[in-house]
Design a binder for this molecule. Structure first.
Ligand SMILES: Cc1cc2nc3c(=O)[nH]c(=O)nc-3n(C[C@H](O)[C@H](O)[C@H](O)COP(=O)(O)OP(=O)(O)OC[C@H]3O[C@@H](n4cnc5c(N)ncnc54)[C@H](O)[C@@H]3O)c2cc1C
Length: 386
């Protein structure tokens, strides 16, 4: 992946949007534990930012995924992690399978409005009894006439309290755990849905996260994405975009944390010199900057594989693993150099210490990434994993 002038334009437009439309509100949204998804996404849709790699037929820009990575990277200029994550759900987690396999009916009624920012989307895979083990989900969809009747519960669903629809993974048959699943677009105002419970989180506080109960929810059969029984495989494909988005979207946040730490430690004095003047401190910050640059290179390389149409699961998983681990390393090391000030809730380093911690868990935990990497390298792992 090369950053061309066109990539730079998307990057600059996104960065400007982040700085003018998101950052001034971050404190208020973090306090409220909520971001106004409909309002923000409508503005982003008007700028063409929600369908960069979606086809022009649904209002997208029809560009390859490298442009989406430029967008994700620029979202990293947000002064919190929760809002970029929630935007990524709309652009890279809930909609890739719909764009790839959805019928014209589904694209017209759910994808187009998501690209325009008129509808908010969620991805509903995880459940109380199954997160890492995606194939172990228990939510069922029985086909009765021209409808699916869906029952079960979904946990930790980002945008869950305000989304209009959720790309939902269900068991549509008995039998083989990897061949019995389907992805269904579930309108979240349907009868039988309850989602009142907003969850209280360690970080990413501005994004709303919900538990969603589905009790005999009737959904038209035409809301099935693609072919019945292919849901597991569609979701595994969709995870590649999710994981690249997650990797790219925290690069600038980590750079901000390192730069803020250099600035803070430069003016803070101890033992007759600035904290930054200690070789240990400036060497460590330099090393972390180098690591972030290496993550950027890995993310771009994984993106190149994806846009070349090759199997990118190995490199996407490596990028996701590295980004989760590095997010923890950067924020932990930097917080230390701030001393007591870093431990204060409002400090920028504490914000990202809380927010980036999720990246080793969500979208496939580090250990799940290691499972995929090991399997792809032939080192072990019989499990058909995410
Ligand atoms: C804030 C937040 C937002 C989220 N948003 C969404 C969303 O929008 N949609 C959605 O579907 N899900 C969402 N999730 C769920 C997320 O994807 C899961 O939390 C994640 O996949 C891990 O699943 P789990 O929490 O059930 O952990 P478990 O599966 O219970 O695993 C717990 C831990 O065990 C370890 N582990 C697991 N498997 C292995 C293994 N094979 N070998 C060694 N160790 C292992 C890992 O360290 C893992 O963290 C969100 C979660 C959070 C916290």
């Amino acid at each position: 992946m090369q950053m061309t002038l066109e990539h730079q334009q998307i990057y600059d437009t996104t960065k400007k949007f982040v700085e003018t439309e998101l950052n001034p509100h971050v404190r208020e949204w973090e306090k409220a534990g909520f971001w106004p998804a409909h309002e923000v996404l409508k503005k982003m849709g008007a700028l063409g930012l929600l369908g960069i790699s979606k086809p022009e037929s649904v209002g997208g820009l029809g560009l390859d995924y490298s442009y989406q990575v430029a967008f994700a990277e620029a979202l990293g200029f947000c002064t919190c992690g929760g809002v970029p994550m929630a935007i990524g759900v709309q652009t890279d987690m809930a909609t890739p399978a719909l764009a790839r396999f959805g019928s014209d009916y589904l694209k017209d009624n759910f994808l187009k409005p998501a690209v325009a920012g008129e509808m908010v989307a969620a991805i509903a895979v995880s459940e109380p009894g199954a997160g890492s083990d995606v194939a172990g989900i228990k939510t069922t969809a029985r086909k009765v006439g021209e409808e699916y009747i869906i029952s079960g519960s979904k946990l930790w669903i980002t945008n869950g309290t305000q989304a209009d629809w959720a790309c939902t993974l269900v068991n549509s048959a008995e039998g083989d755990r990897h061949g019995n699943k389907s992805l269904i677009v579930v309108p979240l105002d349907a009868k039988g849905i309850e989602r009142n419970q907003k969850l209280d989180k360690l970080g990413q506080r501005s994004s709303d996260t919900a538990m969603i109960f589905l009790d005999e929810v009737r959904v038209p059969a035409r809301n099935l994405i693609g072919v019945e029984g292919k849901g597991f495989s569609y979701q595994m494909q969709q995870f590649q975009e999710e994981r690249l988005f997650l990797s790219a979207s925290i690069i600038a946040a980590m750079e901000r944390v390192i730069d803020d730490t250099a600035a803070y430690t430069r003016q803070r004095q101890a033992f007759g010199q600035s904290i930054l003047d200690n070789q240990y401190v400036h060497f460590r910050l330099s090393e972390l900057k180098t690591e972030v640059e290496a993550l950027r290179a890995l993310t771009y390389r994984a993106t190149s594989e994806l846009i070349a149409g090759r199997d990118a699961a190995l490199l996407c998983s490596m990028a996701k693993l590295k980004s989760g681990r590095l997010g923890r390393e950067v924020t932990d090391a930097c917080l230390q150099f701030w001393g007591g000030q870093g431990y204060m809730w409002e400090s920028s380093v504490a914000q990202f210490y809380r927010d980036l911690r999720l990246h080793s868990i969500g979208g496939g935990a580090d250990e799940v990434m290691l499972g995929i990497i090991s399997k792809r390298l032939g080192y072990g792992g019989k499990r058909k994993s995410t």
